[in-house]
Design a protein around this ligand. Sequence first.
Ligand code: C5P
Length: 228
Amino acid sequence: MRTVAIIPAGGSGSRSGYSVPKQFLKINGKELIAYTLEVFQKSKLITEIVVAVHSNFFNKMKKIKNKYGITKLKNIVEGGGERQDSVFNALSSLELNATDLVVVHDAARPLLPQSVLTEAIKTAKAKGNALVCIKASDTILKSSEKEFKYLDRSEIFYVQTPQIFQFGDLVKGFNKAYKHSFKGTDESSIMHFAGAKIFITPGSILNYKITTQDDIKILKQLTKSIPC
Ligand code: C5P
């Protein structure tokens, strides 16, 4: 059985306020995406990696692959307008058996612990899919013009990546989403739309998504002792 990682890295990173997309920022001398790729390179459970990136960054990706020895990186594909389109382009480049696993993980989550990845793959092997989440620990407030409502935090999860599905299911789910013009911010929302029962596995606060300049400051601190 093959277990292929898809790393969507086609975002512009506009929310971080930097001129270069956040996944290519150098953090203590190493590009952010290199930290992410190394997690998958090191995992014995991952057979290959596909990255979706804007074509302006194809050469940069190849350099990163060579510099950090990301030998599992087999394919660099064009990113799309939305994250969903980037993942679909990567998915379309794959020729897999229906039950092979596809592990989608944001390039912008560089500190994914190996234990979280391993546990998620184990769950997906046993149950057919796995969605990495953490439980909310803050008070959760839903506030808009119309309402000001406190939600029961024991029922609230923050959805992270990796999100793992069987290749055949994911292709069917994406096709259904496009057919009905459904836009999802991640694979789990697409697969939920397509009718899948989804299995949650534990994530980690370390697996946060780099979005703002403060996130980058924290990442610089956390990676200080990691060798380049
Ligand atoms: O924008 P957001 O933070 O949700 O992006 C999550 C991941 O999806 C990032 O790694 C980003 O590079 C990627 N992405 C993409 N193609 C897009 C938009 C985002 O691959 N068009």
